[in-house]
Every structure is written in C-alpha cells, then in structure tokens.
Ligand binder design. Structure first.
Ligand code: NOJ
Ligand code: CA
Length: 680
C-alpha cells in the first residue's frame, strides 16, 4: 500500500493530464486512474454540487452524474470546493476461507476527496476506488458529531450512461421481492430496477450494484431521463431512507466493467470492497458441502410442512434422508416443516412460528444423534414469514438449541409480500417495512451474528441481496434472492432455459446462490412450461455454473436411485474452489464456466445454453501444463431436447491435456458437465 500526500496527489493529477493546481479547475476536479490506466474516474465540484464522470480506455462511459446525500436539517448551502485529497494505492492478496477463488488480488487506486463549502454547508468526503475491472465510491460522513441522530432524506447519486445500451433487469419493490425473470430492454424502457443491474452496449458489459450494505437501506435504480438513473433507497415506513447516529459511511456504489460478459462474472471487486473477516475460526466449524433434504417433495405437494398424516418432517422420513445422505457422501440433511407454526395460513401467521418447539413426530435430539452416528448433520430451517420480531425474540434460544444438536447450517426464509414486513413502530402501532430496507438489513446481520456466536452458518432465502458481506461475515454462506428451482415445481410458468444463462451475469455477480439444483425426474408434469425446462445434463452443469458453498441435491432419493450414472457427477462435484474462470458466454444465450477443486488438481466444467441448440469450442488451457486428465463428460445425448426428450445423456471419457480444445454440443435447453480428473 502506498499513501501519497496532498501535494504529491495534485502532482499526480497534473501528470495524468487532468486538472491540477495550475488550471482554472483548481480545487474543483480530481481524477483517479485504475492501476493499469483502464478506467479513469473524475470527481468534479462546482456551484451545482459534486459529481463524477468515468471513462474507459479514453472513451466516456458515464457522463457527469451527481453525487451527495441530503440529510434532515441540511441548509441551502452546499459543498462547492475540494478541501483535501488523499491517494492510496493498494496491491494486496487475501485468502477466502471458502469460495469460488481461494486467493483474491485487491489491486486498486483510491482517491479520497474532502469536500467543503460556504458557512452552513455540511462537509463530507467521497472515496473513490478505481480497479481495472470497475470502480466504486462511497460517502464518508465523518463530520457528524457523535450521538447526533441522522436522517437521510435523499441520495443524489446518479448514473448517466453514454451511448446505446441494453439492460438486463426486473422491477424493484414488487411483491415477490427478487424472484422475477429478467427482461432485456433498451435503457429507456427501464422503470425502477433492482441491482445488480447489468448493461451491454458500446462493446462493453457493465453492472451496477453495491458493496458492504451494512446498517443502510438497499439501493434500487430509478430511470430519471434518457440514459439517466438515480439511486433509489428502500425507505422506512415513515419515509426516511436511512437512520443513523453519529458519523457513518454509506455502502459502496459499484460499477463493474468488462469487455466480455465473462469478465463481469470473474470480477472480485465487490468482495474486495468489503472489510476483512470478523470470524477467524470459521474454518473450524463451517465446511462447504452438499446436502439433501425434505424439501422438493413438499413443493411437489407429495407431503406437507404442516402437521397431519402427510407431514414430511416425520422421524421415519428424516431417517430415510439421513441414510441416503450417508450412503452417498452428503454431509447435510435439510428438514423443513419440523417446527410448530406451519398449520393454517403460515404466511399470514408468521408470529406464531416457534423456532425451538418441534412437531410431536419430529424428535430433534434423537434424529440429531442418529445423523451424527452416520456422519451427517441436520440442516436447520427457520421460516419467519417476515415476522422479524418473533424470530429475533427466539434467536438466541434457537441457535443454542441447534448448536447443541450438531446443526452447523440454518436455512432462513422471509416469505411475505414485499413491503409488508411488520415492525412495531415507535408509537407502538404496526408499521410495514420493505424486505430490504434498513430494518431488514439490520435484521439480516443480527441473525448472522447470533448464528456465528453459536458456530452456525446462514443460508437465507428471500434475503436482503448479497453485497459481498460474506468476506466480513463468512458464516453468511449462501442466499436465494432470485427465481430458483422452486419455481419449477409451481408451474406458473416455470423458469425458461435462458434464465440460467442470465443469472451468472446478473444476480450471481452479487454472490453465491442456493439455487437447489439436480432435479432428475424432469417429466413430473406433462407440459414443458409447468416443469423443469432443461435436459438432464443441465441439472448437472448447474453445480458448476452456479456458485454456492452449499449446494443441494434437490430431487427425491428414489429419482437419484434410477440414474446412478448421472448421479455420479453430483457425488463427485465439490462446492469449494481454488479458482474459477468463465470461459465463454453471452447474457441470455449461454455460459461456460470452469472451476478447479480447492485442495485438489481436478477441474470441473459446466456449460448451459438457452432454448437454442449450440456448439461452443473451448480451449483447455486452464488445465495444468504437462498433466494428463481424464475428462468424464456428461453431455446431451442424441435427440435430446428440453421440450420433448430431456433424458438422453451420453457419458464418455477422454484423455485430454491443456493443449487440447473441446467442442461442447448442447441440445435445445441443454448443457454439459465435465469432471477433469487429474491422472499424473
Ligand atoms: C421459500 C424458500 O425459497 C423455499 O426454499 C422454502 O421451502 C419455502 N420458502 C418455505 O420456507
Ligand atoms: Ca424463495
């Protein structure tokens, strides 16, 4: 790390050809270049207030866009000059305890600009980090006195894109939270969009998101004009956007930029912008794993969460899944519907959920002991139905109970229409909050911290979107936050094939997803739009394409028993990686990902296409040079087509080296999964 003084910083700005002390812009413009001079971000401040603009390789990407927060009590006077500049260059590497890549390089240039103005203007700083694969900025409100209550009334941040772009997006603040299909449209058809908000155009791929969302409300993007967007924070029920006390920093507003879609997926910028781990001993109690469980059968209406003769979480059924897990090398068994509160309309009655009391036909200590005797752990399930106060009041007791029963992962859930999270307001009356407003953001961290005290990892469904917090809280292992496999059980309609070629360049940029792959009985409904819209090969490829340190084998044991040949891939594929590369892909068309197993020399490849058959040739130059590998290939067989014949699968073996290429032929709605087993 190298810290430059103000004088040197100004000199650097002059050398870079930008404004410096001698220009008419003195004190009004400062720029920072990314380490290899790919991206330049400039901060400008004048009578209109602060703004920024961005170019990549000399070409404008973001035109002048406003910056700043409006706090309650701000007067008319605004910052209008640069009062100080600090520059830091960082080139460090750090190690993830688990992840898609073990060692991550954090290489960026930071520009911190202190802004000031006439009497009455509230001073603050903008911190900008320029990476070669994107940039980020945040507001640092250090001048606020300790103990002073702060209400953020507006965030002025804008993103004014230069040129012609298409966006991949879905509307924010809708009832089903983040569980929507993405649309592709011109920018001018976008209304209020969730992030990651991915753009393609001008020979580039861009994704706007945020990093380190802590004690703040989450950001959506609102279109305000031609190519013009503004930050739109999910407010509290009283209209205030964010409530803080004393000095604070906002989350980072992030923009990843690549020349290919794959460069977005392989960017680690968001993780780099989060703080180092607060859980140093995570490796002693969390191990990336695959799990099975009492789950898909309920989504298919074969059993129920609620009590009665069809109750899924009964002792015999749980033992059956424990036996299946033990026999096939899975270390976790998820059991949903084990606890009291599911009977009747559980979405409306979330406040009645108990997180410690089991239904009578689920004997937690006995099942936990049985699981332990087989080398398996139960995975806990806490569906809150958005009743956060009820959950928080039981959190400590619940986590202590699970810890005592050997549970080391808990899946949480927040099924409740967005905007109807009930909180007891300051006046004692119920208030309705957004599922990713500051209230829920605080709750998510509170749960993770309580879980960490009991050595438990969290896999949150209907979560606050991921912003890389797993770096700081590595027990936040996975999340949902998109349309997952469950939609394929509900048939209204199910996920189209292209969904899996969009996720890697949108939702998955935020972090791991608990998608629940691996459905083998693909024809449980007759109509293709009411069942999983993929071939069998895709169900294998998902384990590689979608990154998560906990992946489910979601189908019923009897369906795996029918296809031991294909099931072998699920048994083999790891969930922890030394490194990952997106080898090819176009958003909404196809994706090819290769990952090296952590702690081993084997590589795995997953390829998925949309509704179109496709042939993609990839170089195997990611393999270690001089080594031979047995490629165990699981590909779509003759006649495979997700609409008419999802099952044909050819499994074949080939010896390959890093000098070879492989041609991947994929059926409509098809894909391919490969294990490269190192031979020498
Ligand atoms: C929605 C979750 O995404 C799903 O996995 C779970 O089974 C249900 N909620 C019930 O909690
Ligand atoms: Ca869900």
């Amino acid at each position: 790390m190298r810290r430059l003084t103000l004088g040197l910083a100004l000199a650097a700005a002059c050398i870079a050809g930008q404004a410096g002390a001698a220009t008419p812009d003195a004190g009004r413009r400062e720029c920072v270049d990314s380490p290899s001079h790919v991206i330049t971000v400039c901060l400008i401040v004048d009578a209109d207030g602060p703004a920024y603009e961005v170019s990549r390789k000399g070409k404008a990407v973001i035109a002048r866009s406003a910056l700043g927060l409006v706090l309650k009590g701000d007067g008319a006077a605004r910052v209008d000059r640069i009062a100080g500049v600090d520059r830091v260059r960082r080139d460090d590497s750090w190690e993830q305890p688990w992840g898609e890549q073990r060692v991550i390089r954090d290489h960026h240039s930071e520009l911190r600009v202190a802004l000031a103005g006439p009497a009455g203007a509230r001073p603050y700083s903008v911190v900008i980090r320029a990476f070669d694969d994107g940039f980020a900025f945040r507001y640092d409100e250090q001048a606020i006195p300790a103990g002073q209550s702060v209400a953020v009334l507006d965030e002025r941040t804008e993103f004014n894109f230069v040129g012609q772009w298409d966006a991949w997006w879905y509307p924010a603040r809708q009832a089903d939270r983040d569980e929507y299909l993405y649309h592709r449209s011109g920018l001018n058809e976008v209304g209020l969009a969730e992030t990651p908000f991915t753009l393609q155009g001008e020979g580039l791929y861009l994704s706007i998101h945020e990093a380190a969302l802590v004690d703040y409300s989450s950001m959506n993007l609102k279109r305000t004009g031609q190519n013009a967007f503004k930050a739109d924070l999910m407010p509290w029920s009283d209209g205030v956007l964010v409530k803080r006390v004393g000095a604070f920093q906002t989350p980072w507003r992030t923009v990843q930029i690549g020349e290919t879609a794959g460069q977005l997926a392989d960017s680690r910028m968001i993780l780099n912008l989060n703080e180092p781990s607060q859980i140093k001993d995570i490796g002693q109690w969390f191990t990336p794993a695959k799990y099975v469980g009492i789950w898909w059968e309920m989504h298919l209406n074969k059993s129920t969460w609620g009590s009665g003769p069809t109750h899924g979480a009964n002792n015999d059924n749980v033992r059956k899944y424990i036996d299946f897990a033990a026999a096939n090398g899975f270390s976790g068994v998820l059991v949903e519907g084990w606890n009291q509160g599911w009977d009747g309309d559980w979405i409306a009655n979330g406040a009645h959920f108990s997180f410690t009391k089991s239904y009578p036909d689920f004997d937690l200590p006995a099942l936990a002991a049985y699981a332990k005797s087989k080398g398996v752990k139960l995975i806990g399930h806490n569906e809150t139905a958005g009743a956060l106060e009820n959950y928080e009041s039981q959190l400590e007791d619940a986590m202590a109970l699970y810890e005592a029963n050997g549970v080391s992962v808990v899946k949480t859930g927040y099924v409740k229409p967005n905007g109807s999270i009930v909180r007891t307001g300051e006046d004692g009356k119920p208030a309705n909050e957004w599922f990713a407003g500051q209230y829920a953001v605080r709750h998510n961290l509170k749960v993770a911290q309580a879980a960490a005290r009991h050595h438990i990892a969290i896999d949150a469904h209907e979560p606050v979107k991921d912003t890389g917090l797993r770096r700081t809280w590595p027990n936040m292992v996975s999340r949902e936050g998109a349309r997952g496999q469950e939609f394929n059980a509900w048939g209204r309609p199910t996920n189209p094939p292209e969904h899996l070629s969009i996720l890697p360049f949108t939702r998955l940029l935020a972090g791991p997803m608990d998608f629940t792959p691996g459905i083998f009985d693909l024809t449980y409904k007759d109509k293709v739009e009411e069942r999983v819209q993929s071939t069998l090969a895709v169900q294998l490829a998902e384990y590689v394409v979608i990154y998560s340190p906990v992946h489910m084998a979601a189908d019923l044991p009897e369906n795996y028993a029918k296809r031991p040949d294909a099931f072998q891939f699920i048994k083999d594929v790891p969930t922890d990686w030394e490194t990952s590369h997106t080898l090819a892909g176009e958003i909404g068309d196809y994706v090819v990902v290769a990952r090296q197993q952590r702690g081993a020399a084997d590589w795995y490849l997953g390829a998925i296409t949309d509704e179109n058959a496709r042939i993609v040739t990839v170089k195997l130059d990611f393999l270690a040079r001089g080594k031979r590998y047995e490629a165990q290939i699981y590909r779509d067989g003759p006649g495979a087509d997700y609409r008419t014949a999802p099952y044909p699968l050819v499994i074949e073996k080939k010896i390959v080296t890093a000098r070879d290429s492989l041609t991947l032929a994929m059926a409509p709605g098809g894909g391919q999964a490969i294990r490269f087993k190192a031979l020498d």
